[in-house]
Ligand binder design. Structure first.
Ligand code: FES
Ligand SMILES: [Fe+2]
Length: 367
């Protein structure tokens, strides 16, 4: 059980967290205690303290082809609708101010958003346009009623929302990653969004992100990757910023026909972009479902020269590395849930980015 009995007291798995002591342990190479991966109350706190306050990727701008195009999502348990209006793309809380039903379902196109319960309609600016029978009401506060707008920013074609009106801009999360991407000629706008796939993984969301901070595991877990790319410490490049990092792995055969760097870009807390060369790229978003399950959502951006069959083949090929990682995630979760693990011991220098990720988690939930 995780609970806060006072503003400065946090219990995880029934154990009171001493924030300063835990941060010292992380600095020394110990990991988060196992209960941090299994406690459902801690996940609820992470939703409030992390996912409701940080920038969350929701989709590609190209899914909104014309004024009135929309898609829906859920961020930190909050239903969201993202819509293209005349002047800009906007995001709203997808909860009707009448009685709380959704004003948009799935994705599609509408000139107004209409709640499916009693038929209230809202303009693309979020304002109430019509409420059946409201004209026969005395003092109906029509002008005051509207959908709550949510902050939305874009990184190239990638749309992010933030539920926290006071959060710093997306550029603060991106840090130096935007410059790196530009310097490497990695153009996010070069390829259209082609497909989305999602899978439920049987592990805590942090197991997935712990893993993605390091390529220490690549030599063991990813034999295909290891045979094509440098995964050793001397040739594998890491650039880290406060809330983001970049990994770059050069090909072993630089003169090969398909020789291209393997890129990975991460944004705190749960988003990544991965690519081999500049031919295509794909995004990851890890969405916590329960303490022990996570939804992995991948968006694939490929050039139009890929037929649908080519695209399916490429997605299946990319999935090889994912499947190799999922096997490890699920095995780690079993170990963490076994009751005998306690805290892990990192290679303090080799796995320093993992320490940085876990530090961000602790600073957010035990603020
Ligand atoms: S809940 Fe939306 S119109 Fe009633
Ligand atoms: Fe991996």
């Amino acid at each position: 059980m995780c609970s806060l009995t006072k503003a400065d007291r946090l219990l995880v798995g029934g154990v009171e967290v001493d924030r300063a002591a835990l941060l010292r342990q992380l600095d020394s190479g110990r990991t988060l205690p196992a209960e941090w991966y299994t406690d459902p109350d801690l996940l609820a706190r992470e939703q409030r303290s992390i996912f409701a306050r940080e920038w969350q990727y929701v989709g590609a701008a190209s899914r909104l082809a014309q004024v009135g195009s929309f898609f829906t999502d859920v961020v930190a348990g909050v239903p969201i609708v993202v819509v293209r209006r005349e002047d800009a793309i906007a995001a709203f809380v997808n909860v009707c101010p009448h009685r709380g039903f959704r004003v948009a379902e799935g994705e599609g196109f509408r000139s107004t958003l209409q709640c499916g319960y009693h038929g209230w309609t809202f303009g693309l600016d979020g304002r109430l346009k019509g409420a059946p029978r409201s004209d026969r009401e005395r003092d109906f506060p029509r002008e005051e009623i509207g959908l709550r707008e949510v902050r939305l920013e874009a990184w190239g074609p990638l749309l992010f929302v933030n539920l926290d009106p006071d959060a710093a801009g997306l550029s603060e999360t991106l840090g130096g990653v935007t410059d790196l991407v530009r310097e490497r000629g990695f153009d996010l706008s070069a390829h259209p969004f082609r497909a989305r796939r999602q899978w439920e993984i049987r592990s805590n969301w942090k197991v997935a992100l712990d893993n993605n901070t390091e390529c220490y595991h690549c030599a063991t877990v990813h034999p295909g990757l290891r045979s094509e790319y440098h995964v050793d410490r001397d040739n594998y490049h890491v650039d880290a910023f406060t809330k983001s990092f970049a990994h770059l792995s050069p090909p072993k055969r630089a003169d090969g026909p398909d020789a291209a760097d393997f890129h990975l870009y991460y944004l705190w807390p749960n988003f990544m972009i991965s690519a081999r060369g500049a031919d295509h790229f794909y995004t990851y978003r890890y969405v916590p479902v329960t303490a022990g399950t996570t939804l992995q959502v991948n968006d694939y951006f490929f050039p139009a020269s890929y037929t649908d069959a080519d695209l399916e083949e490429a997605i299946a090929d990319i999935g090889q590395i994912m499947r190799e990682d999922w096997r490890v995630f699920e095995g780690v979760q079993e170990g963490l849930a076994s009751g005998v693990f306690g805290q892990g011991q990192l290679l303090r220098d080799e796995e320093w980015l993992l320490r940085q990720f876990q530090r961000l988690v602790v600073e957010a939930v035990a603020a």
